[in-house]
Write a protein that binds this ligand. Structure first.
Ligand code: SF4
Ligand code: SF4
Length: 377
Protein backbone atom coordinates (compact mmCIF):
# COMPACT_ATOMS: atom_id res chain seq x y z
CA UNK A 1 0.00 0.00 0.00
CA UNK A 2 1.19 3.49 -0.76
CA UNK A 3 0.45 6.42 1.56
CA UNK A 4 0.13 10.15 1.06
CA UNK A 5 0.43 13.26 3.21
CA UNK A 6 -3.14 14.29 2.57
CA UNK A 7 -3.48 17.52 4.54
CA UNK A 8 -1.40 20.68 4.80
CA UNK A 9 -0.09 19.49 8.18
CA UNK A 10 0.81 16.15 6.57
CA UNK A 11 -1.65 13.66 7.99
CA UNK A 12 -0.75 10.37 6.32
CA UNK A 13 -3.46 8.13 4.84
CA UNK A 14 -3.55 5.22 2.41
CA UNK A 15 -4.16 6.23 -1.20
CA UNK A 16 -6.82 3.53 -1.41
CA UNK A 17 -9.87 4.50 0.59
CA UNK A 18 -12.52 1.94 1.51
CA UNK A 19 -15.93 3.27 0.45
CA UNK A 20 -18.44 1.71 2.85
CA UNK A 21 -21.57 2.25 0.75
CA UNK A 22 -21.72 -1.14 -0.99
CA UNK A 23 -21.16 -3.62 1.83
CA UNK A 24 -22.57 -7.14 1.58
CA UNK A 25 -26.25 -7.11 2.62
CA UNK A 26 -28.88 -9.68 3.64
CA UNK A 27 -31.94 -10.54 1.54
CA UNK A 28 -31.47 -7.63 -0.85
CA UNK A 29 -32.27 -5.21 1.96
CA UNK A 30 -29.78 -2.35 1.80
CA UNK A 31 -30.30 -1.48 5.47
CA UNK A 32 -29.47 -5.04 6.59
CA UNK A 33 -25.68 -5.15 6.50
CA UNK A 34 -24.23 -8.66 6.59
CA UNK A 35 -21.96 -8.05 9.60
CA UNK A 36 -20.05 -11.33 9.31
CA UNK A 37 -19.07 -10.90 5.66
CA UNK A 38 -18.55 -7.15 6.00
CA UNK A 39 -16.36 -7.52 9.09
CA UNK A 40 -14.18 -10.02 7.20
CA UNK A 41 -13.70 -7.43 4.47
CA UNK A 42 -12.74 -4.75 6.99
CA UNK A 43 -10.27 -7.11 8.68
CA UNK A 44 -8.63 -7.87 5.34
CA UNK A 45 -8.52 -4.16 4.48
CA UNK A 46 -6.83 -3.39 7.80
CA UNK A 47 -4.30 -6.20 7.31
CA UNK A 48 -3.60 -4.87 3.82
CA UNK A 49 -2.74 -1.42 5.14
CA UNK A 50 -5.88 0.55 4.22
CA UNK A 51 -6.28 3.40 6.72
CA UNK A 52 -9.04 5.56 5.14
CA UNK A 53 -12.65 4.47 5.68
CA UNK A 54 -15.48 6.48 4.15
CA UNK A 55 -19.10 6.30 5.25
CA UNK A 56 -22.06 8.71 5.43
CA UNK A 57 -25.13 9.46 7.51
CA UNK A 58 -27.39 8.03 4.81
CA UNK A 59 -25.44 4.92 3.73
CA UNK A 60 -27.20 1.59 4.12
CA UNK A 61 -30.45 3.17 5.31
CA UNK A 62 -28.63 5.11 8.06
CA UNK A 63 -27.04 1.89 9.37
CA UNK A 64 -23.62 2.44 7.74
CA UNK A 65 -22.19 4.62 10.53
CA UNK A 66 -23.34 2.17 13.21
CA UNK A 67 -21.51 -0.67 11.42
CA UNK A 68 -18.43 1.52 10.88
CA UNK A 69 -18.29 2.46 14.57
CA UNK A 70 -18.70 -1.11 15.67
CA UNK A 71 -16.01 -2.68 13.48
CA UNK A 72 -13.44 0.13 13.69
CA UNK A 73 -13.67 1.15 17.36
CA UNK A 74 -10.78 -1.13 18.36
CA UNK A 75 -8.55 0.35 15.63
CA UNK A 76 -9.49 3.99 16.14
CA UNK A 77 -5.98 5.38 16.65
CA UNK A 78 -4.59 3.62 13.55
CA UNK A 79 -7.26 4.60 11.01
CA UNK A 80 -9.07 7.67 9.71
CA UNK A 81 -12.86 7.90 9.53
CA UNK A 82 -14.61 10.04 6.95
CA UNK A 83 -18.34 10.67 7.15
CA UNK A 84 -20.78 13.19 5.74
CA UNK A 85 -23.36 15.69 6.87
CA UNK A 86 -26.76 15.35 5.13
CA UNK A 87 -26.99 19.09 4.49
CA UNK A 88 -30.41 18.77 2.83
CA UNK A 89 -31.85 17.87 6.24
CA UNK A 90 -30.71 21.12 7.83
CA UNK A 91 -33.66 23.47 8.38
CA UNK A 92 -32.11 25.67 11.08
CA UNK A 93 -28.55 26.33 12.29
CA UNK A 94 -28.73 24.03 15.31
CA UNK A 95 -29.56 21.06 13.07
CA UNK A 96 -25.90 20.85 12.05
CA UNK A 97 -24.77 20.19 15.65
CA UNK A 98 -27.67 17.86 16.28
CA UNK A 99 -26.79 15.71 13.23
CA UNK A 100 -23.06 15.77 14.02
CA UNK A 101 -23.67 14.56 17.58
CA UNK A 102 -25.82 11.69 16.30
CA UNK A 103 -23.04 10.70 13.88
CA UNK A 104 -20.38 10.79 16.62
CA UNK A 105 -22.55 8.61 18.78
CA UNK A 106 -23.22 6.09 16.01
CA UNK A 107 -19.52 5.99 15.13
CA UNK A 108 -18.57 5.47 18.81
CA UNK A 109 -15.93 8.17 18.63
CA UNK A 110 -15.23 11.65 20.01
CA UNK A 111 -14.03 13.03 16.68
CA UNK A 112 -14.40 12.59 12.95
CA UNK A 113 -11.15 12.83 11.01
CA UNK A 114 -12.63 13.94 7.69
CA UNK A 115 -16.10 15.48 7.68
CA UNK A 116 -17.78 16.30 4.38
CA UNK A 117 -20.82 18.37 3.50
CA UNK A 118 -22.50 15.68 1.47
CA UNK A 119 -23.17 15.84 -2.27
CA UNK A 120 -23.22 19.61 -2.79
CA UNK A 121 -25.13 20.90 -5.79
CA UNK A 122 -26.64 24.36 -6.30
CA UNK A 123 -29.69 23.70 -4.13
CA UNK A 124 -27.73 22.14 -1.27
CA UNK A 125 -25.06 24.82 -1.41
CA UNK A 126 -27.74 27.51 -1.08
CA UNK A 127 -29.05 25.65 1.97
CA UNK A 128 -25.53 25.52 3.43
CA UNK A 129 -25.23 29.30 3.05
CA UNK A 130 -28.75 29.99 4.31
CA UNK A 131 -28.23 28.10 7.57
CA UNK A 132 -24.66 29.19 8.27
CA UNK A 133 -23.44 25.59 8.07
CA UNK A 134 -19.81 26.44 7.35
CA UNK A 135 -19.43 28.56 10.50
CA UNK A 136 -21.15 25.90 12.56
CA UNK A 137 -18.67 23.38 11.16
CA UNK A 138 -15.74 25.66 12.03
CA UNK A 139 -16.98 25.81 15.63
CA UNK A 140 -17.18 22.01 15.71
CA UNK A 141 -13.62 21.94 14.38
CA UNK A 142 -12.44 24.26 17.15
CA UNK A 143 -14.22 22.03 19.68
CA UNK A 144 -12.25 19.05 18.32
CA UNK A 145 -15.25 17.15 16.99
CA UNK A 146 -14.03 17.50 13.40
CA UNK A 147 -10.38 17.39 12.34
CA UNK A 148 -10.70 18.37 8.68
CA UNK A 149 -13.62 19.82 6.77
CA UNK A 150 -14.49 19.12 3.14
CA UNK A 151 -17.36 18.59 0.73
CA UNK A 152 -18.39 16.04 -1.85
CA UNK A 153 -19.68 17.40 -5.11
CA UNK A 154 -22.25 16.68 -7.84
CA UNK A 155 -22.88 19.66 -10.09
CA UNK A 156 -21.10 21.71 -12.75
CA UNK A 157 -17.55 23.08 -12.79
CA UNK A 158 -18.71 26.67 -12.33
CA UNK A 159 -20.37 25.86 -8.99
CA UNK A 160 -17.39 23.75 -7.93
CA UNK A 161 -15.10 26.77 -8.31
CA UNK A 162 -17.63 29.00 -6.56
CA UNK A 163 -17.75 26.69 -3.52
CA UNK A 164 -13.96 26.54 -3.30
CA UNK A 165 -13.74 30.33 -3.58
CA UNK A 166 -16.49 30.92 -1.00
CA UNK A 167 -15.18 28.88 1.92
CA UNK A 168 -11.83 27.62 3.15
CA UNK A 169 -12.25 23.84 2.91
CA UNK A 170 -9.41 21.42 3.65
CA UNK A 171 -10.37 18.90 0.99
CA UNK A 172 -13.02 17.90 -1.52
CA UNK A 173 -14.35 14.73 -3.08
CA UNK A 174 -15.18 14.61 -6.80
CA UNK A 175 -16.21 12.08 -9.40
CA UNK A 176 -13.53 11.26 -11.96
CA UNK A 177 -12.61 8.40 -14.29
CA UNK A 178 -11.03 8.09 -17.74
CA UNK A 179 -14.41 8.33 -19.45
CA UNK A 180 -15.70 11.38 -17.55
CA UNK A 181 -12.78 13.80 -17.64
CA UNK A 182 -15.17 16.68 -18.42
CA UNK A 183 -18.04 15.52 -16.22
CA UNK A 184 -19.03 17.73 -13.24
CA UNK A 185 -15.79 19.09 -11.68
CA UNK A 186 -13.71 16.85 -13.97
CA UNK A 187 -10.00 17.24 -14.68
CA UNK A 188 -10.23 21.03 -14.69
CA UNK A 189 -11.85 20.94 -11.26
CA UNK A 190 -9.13 18.62 -9.97
CA UNK A 191 -6.44 21.07 -11.08
CA UNK A 192 -8.39 24.02 -9.65
CA UNK A 193 -8.78 22.38 -6.25
CA UNK A 194 -5.10 21.41 -6.07
CA UNK A 195 -4.01 24.92 -7.10
CA UNK A 196 -6.07 26.26 -4.21
CA UNK A 197 -4.35 23.88 -1.79
CA UNK A 198 -7.17 21.38 -1.20
CA UNK A 199 -6.63 17.64 -0.87
CA UNK A 200 -8.66 15.73 -3.47
CA UNK A 201 -10.45 12.41 -3.08
CA UNK A 202 -11.84 10.65 -6.12
CA UNK A 203 -15.17 8.84 -5.98
CA UNK A 204 -16.80 6.71 -8.66
CA UNK A 205 -13.37 5.82 -10.12
CA UNK A 206 -15.01 2.97 -12.03
CA UNK A 207 -18.32 4.78 -12.68
CA UNK A 208 -20.18 2.84 -10.02
CA UNK A 209 -18.59 -0.43 -11.21
CA UNK A 210 -19.52 0.03 -14.88
CA UNK A 211 -15.89 0.38 -15.96
CA UNK A 212 -15.02 -2.88 -14.21
CA UNK A 213 -17.67 -4.84 -16.13
CA UNK A 214 -16.98 -4.09 -19.77
CA UNK A 215 -18.19 -6.19 -22.68
CA UNK A 216 -15.89 -9.08 -23.63
CA UNK A 217 -15.40 -7.51 -27.07
CA UNK A 218 -13.36 -4.87 -25.24
CA UNK A 219 -11.68 -6.82 -22.41
CA UNK A 220 -10.22 -9.55 -24.65
CA UNK A 221 -7.60 -7.07 -25.84
CA UNK A 222 -6.31 -6.19 -22.36
CA UNK A 223 -3.95 -9.15 -21.79
CA UNK A 224 -3.16 -9.68 -18.09
CA UNK A 225 -4.65 -6.34 -17.09
CA UNK A 226 -8.23 -6.03 -15.89
CA UNK A 227 -10.55 -3.09 -16.62
CA UNK A 228 -10.62 -2.30 -12.88
CA UNK A 229 -6.85 -2.27 -12.52
CA UNK A 230 -6.51 0.01 -15.57
CA UNK A 231 -9.28 2.31 -14.32
CA UNK A 232 -7.49 2.84 -10.99
CA UNK A 233 -4.09 3.07 -12.68
CA UNK A 234 -5.35 5.94 -14.84
CA UNK A 235 -6.12 7.93 -11.66
CA UNK A 236 -3.05 6.95 -9.65
CA UNK A 237 -0.80 7.88 -12.54
CA UNK A 238 -2.11 11.45 -12.25
CA UNK A 239 0.06 13.28 -9.75
CA UNK A 240 -2.81 15.46 -8.56
CA UNK A 241 -5.03 12.71 -7.19
CA UNK A 242 -4.54 12.03 -3.48
CA UNK A 243 -7.00 9.32 -2.39
CA UNK A 244 -9.18 7.07 -4.54
CA UNK A 245 -12.27 5.49 -2.99
CA UNK A 246 -13.40 2.02 -3.92
CA UNK A 247 -16.68 0.50 -2.74
CA UNK A 248 -15.26 -2.99 -2.38
CA UNK A 249 -17.58 -5.85 -1.47
CA UNK A 250 -15.47 -8.95 -2.12
CA UNK A 251 -12.09 -10.09 -0.81
CA UNK A 252 -10.88 -10.52 -4.40
CA UNK A 253 -11.54 -6.83 -5.10
CA UNK A 254 -9.58 -5.79 -2.00
CA UNK A 255 -6.63 -8.02 -2.95
CA UNK A 256 -6.60 -6.81 -6.58
CA UNK A 257 -6.96 -3.16 -5.61
CA UNK A 258 -4.26 -3.35 -2.95
CA UNK A 259 -1.89 -4.79 -5.55
CA UNK A 260 -2.65 -1.96 -7.97
CA UNK A 261 -2.31 0.67 -5.25
CA UNK A 262 1.05 -0.81 -4.17
CA UNK A 263 2.47 -0.72 -7.68
CA UNK A 264 1.18 2.40 -9.39
CA UNK A 265 2.07 5.94 -8.43
CA UNK A 266 2.26 9.29 -10.21
CA UNK A 267 3.83 9.02 -13.68
CA UNK A 268 4.76 5.38 -13.15
CA UNK A 269 2.81 3.68 -15.95
CA UNK A 270 4.71 2.20 -18.89
CA UNK A 271 3.78 2.72 -22.55
CA UNK A 272 1.88 -0.57 -22.73
CA UNK A 273 -0.46 0.36 -19.85
CA UNK A 274 -0.97 3.89 -21.18
CA UNK A 275 -1.84 2.45 -24.60
CA UNK A 276 -4.38 0.11 -23.03
CA UNK A 277 -6.03 2.99 -21.15
CA UNK A 278 -6.14 5.02 -24.37
CA UNK A 279 -7.63 2.01 -26.14
CA UNK A 280 -10.34 1.70 -23.47
CA UNK A 281 -11.09 5.40 -23.60
CA UNK A 282 -11.25 5.52 -27.43
CA UNK A 283 -13.24 2.31 -27.72
CA UNK A 284 -15.80 3.55 -25.22
CA UNK A 285 -15.98 7.01 -26.77
CA UNK A 286 -16.52 5.53 -30.26
CA UNK A 287 -19.69 3.98 -28.90
CA UNK A 288 -21.08 7.30 -27.68
CA UNK A 289 -24.19 8.48 -29.55
CA UNK A 290 -24.44 12.04 -28.21
CA UNK A 291 -21.30 13.83 -27.16
CA UNK A 292 -22.77 15.16 -23.91
CA UNK A 293 -20.15 15.68 -21.20
CA UNK A 294 -22.78 15.80 -18.45
CA UNK A 295 -21.64 19.30 -17.45
CA UNK A 296 -25.26 20.36 -16.63
CA UNK A 297 -24.84 23.89 -17.99
CA UNK A 298 -28.17 23.32 -19.79
CA UNK A 299 -29.89 22.74 -16.46
CA UNK A 300 -32.28 23.37 -14.92
CA UNK A 301 -34.72 22.89 -17.78
CA UNK A 302 -37.85 24.98 -17.09
CA UNK A 303 -40.00 21.99 -18.02
CA UNK A 304 -38.04 19.65 -15.74
CA UNK A 305 -36.45 17.54 -18.50
CA UNK A 306 -33.43 15.69 -17.06
CA UNK A 307 -31.27 16.29 -20.13
CA UNK A 308 -27.83 14.97 -19.04
CA UNK A 309 -29.32 11.88 -17.40
CA UNK A 310 -31.28 11.02 -20.55
CA UNK A 311 -28.20 11.35 -22.75
CA UNK A 312 -26.18 9.30 -20.29
CA UNK A 313 -28.72 6.46 -20.36
CA UNK A 314 -28.80 6.59 -24.17
CA UNK A 315 -25.00 6.49 -24.50
CA UNK A 316 -24.64 3.79 -21.86
CA UNK A 317 -26.82 1.45 -23.90
CA UNK A 318 -24.14 1.37 -26.59
CA UNK A 319 -21.05 1.79 -24.43
CA UNK A 320 -21.88 -1.08 -22.11
CA UNK A 321 -24.10 -3.14 -24.43
CA UNK A 322 -26.68 -3.10 -21.66
CA UNK A 323 -30.01 -2.20 -23.23
CA UNK A 324 -32.08 -3.38 -20.26
CA UNK A 325 -30.45 -1.04 -17.76
CA UNK A 326 -30.70 2.00 -20.05
CA UNK A 327 -34.35 1.33 -20.86
CA UNK A 328 -35.14 0.93 -17.16
CA UNK A 329 -33.34 4.18 -16.34
CA UNK A 330 -35.31 6.00 -19.04
CA UNK A 331 -38.55 4.51 -17.75
CA UNK A 332 -37.79 5.91 -14.30
CA UNK A 333 -37.05 9.32 -15.83
CA UNK A 334 -40.35 9.21 -17.73
CA UNK A 335 -42.24 8.31 -14.58
CA UNK A 336 -40.85 11.49 -13.01
CA UNK A 337 -42.28 13.33 -16.05
CA UNK A 338 -38.72 14.37 -16.88
CA UNK A 339 -38.34 12.61 -20.26
CA UNK A 340 -38.51 14.01 -23.79
CA UNK A 341 -42.31 14.27 -23.64
CA UNK A 342 -42.08 17.05 -21.04
CA UNK A 343 -39.98 19.20 -23.42
CA UNK A 344 -41.81 22.29 -24.70
CA UNK A 345 -39.04 23.04 -27.22
CA UNK A 346 -38.23 26.46 -25.78
CA UNK A 347 -34.61 26.08 -26.90
CA UNK A 348 -33.13 27.59 -23.71
CA UNK A 349 -30.93 24.55 -23.13
CA UNK A 350 -29.34 24.66 -26.59
CA UNK A 351 -28.17 28.24 -26.19
CA UNK A 352 -26.38 27.26 -22.94
CA UNK A 353 -24.70 24.04 -24.12
CA UNK A 354 -20.90 24.50 -24.45
CA UNK A 355 -20.81 21.49 -26.81
CA UNK A 356 -23.41 23.23 -29.02
CA UNK A 357 -25.46 20.07 -29.09
CA UNK A 358 -28.84 19.93 -30.81
CA UNK A 359 -30.47 18.90 -27.57
CA UNK A 360 -34.09 18.83 -28.75
CA UNK A 361 -33.23 16.49 -31.65
CA UNK A 362 -31.02 14.44 -29.32
CA UNK A 363 -33.86 13.98 -26.84
CA UNK A 364 -36.05 12.78 -29.70
CA UNK A 365 -33.43 10.21 -30.79
CA UNK A 366 -32.91 8.99 -27.24
CA UNK A 367 -36.65 8.69 -26.73
CA UNK A 368 -37.18 6.72 -29.94
CA UNK A 369 -34.35 4.42 -29.02
CA UNK A 370 -35.08 3.86 -25.33
CA UNK A 371 -38.87 4.07 -25.39
CA UNK A 372 -39.45 2.87 -28.95
CA UNK A 373 -37.37 -0.30 -29.00
CA UNK A 374 -34.98 0.70 -31.80
CA UNK A 375 -32.05 -1.68 -32.40
CA UNK A 376 -29.78 0.97 -33.84
CA UNK A 377 -26.09 -0.02 -33.78
S1 SF4 B 1 -35.96 22.89 -25.20
FE1 SF4 B 1 -36.95 21.33 -23.98
S2 SF4 B 1 -35.29 20.38 -22.85
FE2 SF4 B 1 -34.52 22.33 -23.62
S3 SF4 B 1 -34.86 23.79 -21.94
FE3 SF4 B 1 -36.65 23.90 -23.30
S4 SF4 B 1 -38.11 22.46 -22.43
FE4 SF4 B 1 -36.11 21.97 -21.52
S1 SF4 C 1 -26.46 18.73 -23.16
FE1 SF4 C 1 -24.73 20.14 -23.30
S2 SF4 C 1 -24.96 21.52 -21.57
FE2 SF4 C 1 -26.29 19.77 -21.20
S3 SF4 C 1 -25.07 18.39 -19.96
FE3 SF4 C 1 -24.78 17.77 -22.08
S4 SF4 C 1 -22.96 18.86 -22.78
FE4 SF4 C 1 -23.62 19.85 -20.89
Amino acid sequence: MKYINFTKDKVEVSRLGFGLMRLPIIEDDNSLIDYKKSRELIDLALESGITYFDTAYVYHGKQGEIFTGEVLKDHRDKIKIATKCPVWQIEKEEDFDYLLDIELQKLQTDYIDFYLLHSLDREKFENVKKHNVYNRALKAKKAGKIKYLGFSFHDNLELFKEIIDTYDFDFCQIQLNYLDEGYQAGLEGLKYAKDKGLGVIIMEPLRGGQLANLPQSITEKLGDDTPANLGFSYLLNKGLVDIVLSGMNTKEQIIENCKTFSEVEADSLDADSLEKIDYLKNEMKARIKIDCTGCSYCMPCPAGVEIPDIFRAYNNKYIFEDEKKSVETYERIQKRNAGKEACVKCGKCESKCPQQLQIIAGLEKAHQDLAGGSNEK
